[in-house]
Design a protein around this ligand. Structure first.
Ligand code: PAF
Length: 283
């Protein structure tokens, strides 16, 4: 199926109404563009779930606290479309900011709640309100049967699941495993901003996660200490947070916890903020 690029909400709704009327299921892959292999894994997962895949490409201003960060965000639509060529994507939805926010921003917004004030939300106040507001809009525009989100953004994935459950969206959220480069670094649009000579420092993050996995048998505290040790061994990576959370609630686990735990790390290398996580089991 050739990809059609659509700019307007109305045109997309009409096209998808026709697909639905023909009995075809729809999967959405929401992105902000600058597509890499991690996004393409989301597209491949969406392709497995549904007959028609919609990839949205929209750099959402309301999730950026810092205007400079928003301006610096890469916009590479032509390259993105080329990358999507190899996948059977039905529609690319690439609206303008005015199409999504005709009044500059919405008067009504989604409040992401308590869980959103921790970890990423603490470093980026208001970020998840912006994410959940635009995700709500995209779900209402596309009305997909499925929507695919990457596990790398574990807190975002958790909050999107809460959004869909709490506000009764009829979309099934499909989690997709993190894609990594051969050196272990989780794929992210931000990786391009790391000076290649400094990349080695960024690798402390996946290495700390490996150390955590290897020490999980010893319990929560030794596991976190092992990860902390790796992070401290490289002074060029600045740790923002290292935490062990319950994957269902995203609340920090206590030291006697047993069962599944998601270990989260955020840090900065050369001013580039990186996040990563892994799922472990504490006996
Ligand atoms: O993960 C992202 O790229 C964005 O947060 C999303 C989900 C597309 C919303 O703008």
């Amino acid at each position: 199926m050739p990809t059609s690029t659509i700019r307007s909400i109305e045109a997309l709704r009409q096209a998808l109404a026709t697909e639905r009327a023909s009995g075809r299921s729809i999967a959405l892959v929401p992105t902000m563009g600058a597509l890499h292999a991690g996004h393409l894994a989301l597209v491949a997962a969406a392709r497995e779930q549904a007959d028609v895949v919609v990839v949205s490409i929209f750099v959402n201003p309301t999730q950026f606290g810092d205007k400079l960060d928003l301006e610096a965000y890469p916009r590479t639509l032509d390259h993105d479309l080329e990358k999507l060529d190899a996948y059977e994507v039905g529609y690319v939805f690439a609206p303008s900011t005015e199409e999504i926010y005709p009044n500059g921003k919405t008067e009504i917004t989604v409040q992401a709640g308590m869980t959103a004030s921790r970890f990423e939300g603490r470093s980026r106040p208001g970020h998840f309100d912006g994410v959940l507001t635009v995700v709500s809009k995209l779900l209402n525009i596309v009305e997909p049967d499925f929507a695919c989100f990457g596990e790398k953004d574990a807190q975002q994935l958790h909050l999107v699941r809460r959004l869909v459950a709490d506000l009764d969206f009829a979309t099934e959220i499909v989690p997709v495993a993190t894609e990594r480069d051969s050196d272990g670094l989780a794929l992210s649009s931000r990786n391009a901003r790391i000076d290649p000579a400094r990349r080695e420092h960024a690798l402390a993050i996946p290495r700390a996660l490996v150390a955590a996995s290897r020490s999980a048998d010893l319990g929560v505290e030794p596991m976190l200490a092992a990860a902390q040790g790796v992070m401290q061994s490289d002074t060029k990576v600045k740790l923002d947070y290292l935490a062990a959370v319950d994957p269902d609630t995203f609340l920090p686990v206590d030291e006697n916890h047993s069962g599944a735990v998601r270990v989260l790390i955020a840090g900065t290398v050369d001013g580039v903020r990186l996040i990563d996580n892994t799922l472990v089991r504490i006996p």
